[in-house]
Design a binder for this molecule. Structure first.
Ligand SMILES: *Cc1c(COP(=O)(O)O)cnc(C)c1O
Length: 375
């Protein structure tokens, strides 16, 4: 079915076509100078010392835990209201995910209070996820990290250039992880990035990205190296220069795209404000946000009511989504499942509305009018 208003539209144009042609003509397609350029530009834009371009954010999360030597017998505190990849990474290294609830129905980020309750002697790290581009309570979470000696990994997939107290998200943790999947703020098909200011983490992540090999084929092709050793058990988590070139263009367009999204959010809030029985999460946040998605939560709702609203909107040609089905309720996590009343409520009553830079004011009026009729 073709929607009148889709949930998301890519922001790709002539610039992307041009750089793709250039990479094809350069004769070098796999990891090479474009990946390195992207790493330099992206880490500089966010404000960390190092960047490691990767095949996905899932790879970034996996490597983050690997370089911290987190594994069997360790526990990692994290939200359940996130994409399942956040949790799968913990399983990859054999550690135990410990699910924490969110702050409230108006703040869908991990609750520092619940984190503190669930810290044990086995706890090694906290993974935070900045939902929709809005910061977790980093003052409190960094405080817990110091008090209990826990590492922080930021799953910042929703939050490139988002801020907390005027400082970029992705610079608070020991490592931050980004996705460049098609529907993210930087969308190139598949891709990801690990950012850190810790030199040891950076060096080890680079090794593990490519089979634990000490030199890369680009260096050998350029005559900078003749051979290689394998010093660690690594993976093939490489990005390629085709997608890195796309990501560089997308990064250049990012701020402008986000400013448009901010205006769209303001319009949504202005029009939705007077509709009863709707919560607009993060309504009063003032820090700059990427607005990766625009979530609303029904008051006094349940899953049935929510699904009905989504159905009616779909019939009007408006595509919506749900962020997220709870990770701890999936079959593979039933052994670690927890009681998370707020996360459960939001997962049942949240609707993700269309959000992309070219969403017009007329579209927003149309969407809000249809929500209103439904209430
Ligand atoms: C998209 C996303 C991921 C996974 O990213 P991939 O690049 O597809 O591996 C992980 N966490 C969150 C919060 C995401 O939104």
């Amino acid at each position: 079915m073709k929607y009148k208003i889709p949930l998301f539209e890519t922001n790709l144009g002539k610039e992307e076509e041009l750089v793709l042609t250039n990479v094809l003509r350069s004769g070098w397609l796999s990891m090479g100078p474009k990946c390195e350029e992207l790493e330099n530009k992206f880490s500089a834009a966010i404000g960390t010392d190092y960047g490691v371009s990767l095949s996905s954010c899932t790879a970034a999360l996996h490597l983050a835990l690997k370089v911290m030597n987190i594994g069997e017998g360790d526990e990692v505190l994290l939200p359940s209201l996130t994409f399942v990849a956040t949790v799968n990474a913990v399983k990859y290294v054999g550690a135990k995910p410990v699910f924490c609830d969110i702050v409230s129905t108006g703040d869908l980020t991990i609750s520092p209070q619940d984190i503190e309750k669930k810290i044990t002697k086995k706890s090694k790290a906290i993974i935070v996820m900045h939902y929709a581009g809005f910061a977790c309570d980093m003052d409190k979470i960094c405080g817990l990290s110091r008090k209990y000696n826990l590492k922080i990994i930021e799953d910042a997939c929703h939050a490139p250039l988002s801020q907390y107290k005027s400082k970029n998200l992705g610079t608070f943790g020991d490592i931050s992880c980004y996705s460049f999947f098609s529907n993210k703020n930087i969308g190139i098909g598949e891709g990801g990035m690990l950012l850190t200011s810790n030199k040891n983490y950076y060096k080890r992540a680079k090794l593990l990205r490519s089979h634990g090999m000490t030199t890369m084929s680009y260096e050998r092709a350029k005559g900078h190296a003749q051979s290689y050793d394998v010093v660690d058990l690594g993976y093939n988590y490489r990005m390629d220069d085709i997608r890195a070139a796309l990501a560089i263009v997308q990064l250049e367009k990012l701020k402008e795209d986000l400013i448009k999204r901010q205006k769209i959010r303001e319009k949504y809030i202005e029009l939705l404000r007077n509709i009863k029985d709707i919560i607009i999460p993060f309504k009063d946040r003032k820090d700059f946000s990427s607005n990766y998605i625009f979530p609303i939560v029904l008051k006094n709702g349940n899953r049935n009511k929510r699904d009905k609203v989504r159905e009616v909107l779909a019939k009007k040609g408006i595509q919506t989504s749900v962020h997220y089905p709870l990770a701890d309720k999936f079959s593979i996590y039933k052994d670690s499942s927890a009681s998370l009343p707020l996360s459960e409520y939001v997962s049942d009553c949240e609707i993700t509305m269309p959000m992309y830079a070219e969403l017009s004011e007329d579209d927003i009026f149309y969407i809000v009018r249809n929500i209103e009729n439904e209430k």
